[in-house]
Ligand binder design. Structure first.
Ligand code: DGJ
Length: 738
């Protein structure tokens, strides 16, 4: 009985409203914010030959109709064609790819963007389209900017994300741009690598699902993979001359990510930008976050033409003084390493001048007093002259070079510090480090925290003070020999998630300042070779050191990969000694010159170790290079074959008016004398013009027709049957229309 009463009491308590809860629970109603209807419109982003066609729906959603050759817009006005969302945000219908994801106060993670307006204008050969979008619930604003380089058929696009609210929001994805590419199959060319092994060309069919090209090293990002790609559309085979190709490159020197999301539906979404890895970005009220530009080009005529589009654009619009001729040089590194004194250097200057080189560069090892830089274990950070090695001073050396009629350059690595240095002792808080953790060393060094403005001033000062050592410094080699590890910043403190981004912004601040004060000094971008090869940095640098690998045969592949995206005017390429210091390979001096002459030619060896005959040959190669190098720096480049897959590889550089060209050919294998002479067919010439063909860099011609006159049509269809019989045979021909 007792039991029954207790049960009833319990049931009554549960049923009685408010018996357990003090307050009546409130049901939150769901109100939907209305999206204003807009007039559907086409937005055409066009260059001379290409078209990125966007449209807005009546709800204001931004879609991409196509990216390809330029077409009449009429059929697209009422098109019901499937169109992909541009710059897909995490929110609404789930997209396969994400360009933007934001966490808002209160925890919401949904963003839906609708167009509120757009503008288009044109100036100096660039047509700019700015499309404004808005999330009507959170009021977040995004501007998508497309800069169409009319003549070069290149479109650069980036986003600007603004928080108009009263509280901070957190950006967890913040891409620069998105692009949708329809197709049945795709062949992706990307460039991976490592030290002395950069820009290795990898071609793979693009699988369904997600493929990413990315790095997370903070700096030295391109030592592992370059922020660029070439995508052959509807293709299984790579072609230099045929088929639809989209190539892209990101203007950013830090962590990046390029995602390719291939959907079963038959297209790939490409999302490119800063890598959000460990970088969730707090966007304060009223602030705008501007992403770096992603550069795209389209060609219906294969990868060669896509590369040439990028090269032309880079020379004209992106590279610092792009297309201007940088001097040939002798660099002291492989010839002297850390072991030199004034007489060694002045002798090298004498030899450089005698061979016809135009600049001498004093590499690592000239600085630090208390911790003399006699090897890589110490001294970085202490940028004062080592007077034991060069008691006469840098001005003496620079003047010596100028007196010999050549320019003078010097090496710095201002972002770094050795633990064994006065700088490390004076400013431990400037080092990238994480509290309580060992500061990892690479090449015995630490990296300075460029997110800190005081460090930016210091790094600027290293450049500035070095320039002050002599008014005859014409060239600076800026090196950077380790990535970020144990990421951490005393300066950023609670906001260390900004480090990866603010380091690179700090780097750009410094080089921008340097350019304001030193517009004319030639600055080479070096990073253990080619670990900082990207279009973000190239806005401030005249050239880059392609790789520490100076072995001509393996270098050919590195330069080939590099040429897919970057023009030859940027590629510093040096002739070094044999056996090669990196690979041990032995290649003939002629082969080494013929490879190095396809970029900015230099030498990097001890001339004293060359025979008289070798020096005379070097002088001849340098002299002839000076006659055609304008073609290397400003001409259109055509790749013939592929050093990865063909035994014969060639490069042609043609002047814009097609009146002159230079043609390089290389045998990368042994060929029996019993075989027919291999043929290379030229490209890019005017078929109806007659060219005089003259072989350079040799006394014994590799072609029976040397010195004759031939129609461009003949040279392009019959080609040159070259007497290449041995591995490392090579030839250079100069062509002039008569
Ligand atoms: C790495 C560079 O790539 C080399 O060319 C040379 O400058 C060394 N650093 C010097 O330490």
């Amino acid at each position: 009985m007792k039991k029954t009463i207790f049960l009833i009491a319990l049931i009554c308590m549960a049923a009685a409203p408010g018996a357990n809860a003090r307050k009546k629970p409130q049901v939150k109603q769901h109100t939907v914010v209305e999206i204003p209807k807009v007039q559907p419109q086409l937005i055409a982003v066009e260059t001379e030959n290409t078209q990125l066609l966007l449209r807005t729906t009546d709800k204001g959603q931004l879609q991409q109709l196509r990216y390809g050759v330029k077409l009449d817009l009429a059929p697209f006005r009422n098109s019901r064609k499937h169109a992909a969302i541009v710059f897909p945000a995490a929110g609404g219908y789930t997209a396969d790819a994400t360009a933007l994801a934001v966490t808002y106060p209160g925890g919401s993670v949904n963003t839906e963007l609708y167009v509120t307006g757009f503008t288009q204008n044109e100036a100096h050969g660039v047509a700019t389209t700015e499309i404004s979008l808005k999330d009507y619930v959170t009021l977040l604003e995004v501007k998508l900017v497309y800069e169409a380089y009319l003549k070069e058929d290149v479109i650069a696009s980036h986003s600007e994300i603004t928080n108009p609210g009263k509280k901070a929001v957190t950006l967890t994805h913040f891409a620069s741009a998105s692009l949708n590419v329809p197709g049945e199959e795709f062949l992706l060319t990307q460039f991976h690598g490592d030290w002395a092994f950069e820009m290795q060309t990898e071609r793979t069919p693009l699988p369904f699902g997600l493929t990413s090209i990315e790095t997370r090293r903070g700096v030295q990002t391109t030592q592992r993979a370059n922020p660029s790609f070439v995508l052959s559309v509807n293709a299984r085979e790579f072609s230099e001359t045929a088929g639809d190709v989209i190539a892209g490159a990101l203007e950013w020197s830090g962590n990046y990510k390029i995602d390719f999301s291939r959907a079963t539906g038959g297209s790939v979404d490409i999302i490119a930008g800063i890598n959000p890895f460990n970088s969730a970005y707090t966007l304060s009220p009223g602030k705008t976050f501007q992403t770096p530009r992603m550069v795209w080009t389209f060609s219906a005529e294969g990868a060669g033409s896509a590369s040439r589009n990028l090269h032309r654009w880079a020379r004209k619009h992106q590279v610092y003084k792009g297309g201007e001729i940088n001097p040939t040089l002798l660099n002291s590194w492989e010839g002297a390493y850390f072991t030199f004194t004034t007489p060694v250097l002045t002798a090298m200057i004498d030899d450089a001048a005698e061979m016809g080189l135009e600049l001498f560069v004093l590499d690592d090892g000239w600085f630090a007093k208390d911790f003399p830089r006699n090897d890589d274990s110490q001294g970085l950070g202490d940028w004062e002259l080592n007077t034991d090695k060069i008691p006469e001073g840098i001005d003496y050396l620079a003047s010596y070079a100028h007196d010999k009629g050549i320019k003078f350059g010097i090496w710095i690595e201002p972002e770094m510090v050795n633990p064994r240095s006065n700088l490390a002792a004076a400013h431990p808080d400037w080092v990238v480090r994480s509290e309580g953790r060992e500061i990892l060393q690479e090449r015995n060094q630490w990296i300075l925290d460029l997110s800190n403005p005081a460090v930016q001033d210091f790094v600027y000062g290293v450049f500035d003070n070095t320039m002050a050592l002599s008014d005859k410094i014409d060239y600076i080699k800026w090196d950077c020999n380790r990535p970020v590890e144990s990421m951490g910043s005393d300066y950023l403190g609670a906001e260390q998630n900004r480090f990866y981004i603010e380091y690179i912004q700090g780097f750009y601040n410094v080089v921008r300042r340097i350019r304001e004060k030193y517009p004319d000094v030639i600055v080479q971008c070096c990073s253990s070779g080619g670990a900082r090869v990207d279009y973000g940095a190239m806005k401030y640098f005249n050239e880059f050191w392609v790789s520490d690998n100076t072995d001509a045969i393996t270098r050919l592949k590195i330069q080939y990969g590099t040429s897919m995206i970057y023009p030859a005017c940027l590629q510093a390429s040096h002739v070094s000694a044999v056996p090669n210091h990196q690979t041990g390979n032995m290649t003939p001096l002629k082969f080494r010159f013929d490879v190095a002459c396809t970029g900015r030619l230099g030498m990097e060896l001890q001339p004293k170790n060359m025979t008289e005959g070798e020096r005379a040959f070097a002088s001849r190669c340098i002299e002839s290079y000076k006659k055609y190098r304008d073609l290397v720096f400003t001409g259109d480049q055509y790749r013939l074959g592929d050093p990865w897959n063909t035994d014969l590889y060639g490069l042609v550089y043609v002047s814009e008016d097609k009146s002159r060209a230079v043609f390089f050919a290389y045998s990368t294998t042994f060929r029996s004398r019993a075989l027919e002479a291999p043929v290379l067919r030229l490209q890019g010439l005017d078929p109806s013009r007659t060219y005089k063909v003259t072989e350079l860099n040799t006394e014994n011609s590799y072609w029976w027709g040397n010195g004759g006159r031939y129609k461009g049509g003949y040279l392009m269809s019959e080609g040159l049957d070259l007497e290449f019989r041995r591995m490392f045979d090579s030839a250079v021909f100069y062509l002039e229309a008569k």
